[in-house]
Design a protein around this ligand. Sequence first.
Ligand code: C2E
Ligand code: MG
Ligand code: MG
Ligand code: MG
Length: 281
Amino acid sequence: RSKEIGRNSFQLYKASMNARSLERLSMLSRFQSALENSEFELYFQPLQCLTSSRINSVECLLRWQDPNLGMISPAQFIPLAEELGLITQLDKWVVNRACEQMAFWHSQGAEIRRIAINISAQFLSQGDLALTVANALTKHRLKGQYLEIELTESSFISNLHEAKMQLKQLKSLGVSIALDDFGTGYSALSYLTKLPIDILKIDASFIAKIPDEYGNSEIVSAIIAMAKALNLQVVAEGVEKPEQRQFLQKLGCHTLQGYLFCKPLAANNWMNFYNSAKLTS
Ligand code: C2E
Ligand code: MG
Ligand code: MG
Ligand code: MG
């Protein structure tokens, strides 16, 4: 009897393994065709300066518009792209697309100070991030000062040496470096002084709990104080409520990102938003 159960569960295991590898295989070919058929699109979320109320920068957020499944969120496809080793190809596309968009905005007279790109740990450890960025800047005749690279702490764990080299090269191009989702993950604070980081982005999970949850406001104010002491710009992610904005403003947080100011926008909705934001600031 137990033998039978064993055999059955093995069959089941085999079946699910097959289904899984089939799924991987079809994902691989779907990714390739999605890239070829321009199913990926960048959305743009503006970040607001808390002192001047003006737009400080814009973060690029990747979207996948599948003809059959509709919009797929990056929370779903990015982990899969990482697992399948496809994320670097995708990030390279984003780097180019972001530079193209920034050059276009400049040609329209929109003075956006920086465009921020999320880069995966895999791409950073691979060794050609800085070169890819340099080539994209040249191609779109853009200065490095207009670009910001967002990394998470997990990017530094596998290969701190390579990360350091890449960041040094990016800095020499004039590119800014942001540490994304700060406070989650490993939060090894020594990275803040070992690496040339310019901006700290406080993870949205902390902001979401302001002002209600015990101890949370204290953590956020400690992060802001630390960032200021280390001469880092500090951004609060996921700001949705006016109370959160007021709290952050009182603590001297530099920049706010969240639905309260603006949701991520498709490129064709951007100029409208930009022009109306300029009028009210
Ligand atoms: P992230 O870099 O931390 O980006 C911020 C996320 O918070 C975005 O989710 C944004 O849409 C969302 N967000 C902004 N304001 C609010 C708010 O007020 N409330 C809430 N609830 N959410 C807000 P999104 O676009 O789904 O992206 C999720 C993650 O996927 C990003 O987190 C980033 O880690 C990754 N990602 C996005 N685009 C790329 C890309 O081009 N390359 C790579 N490697 N990763 C990307
Ligand atoms: Mg980000
Ligand atoms: Mg984040
Ligand atoms: Mg993130």
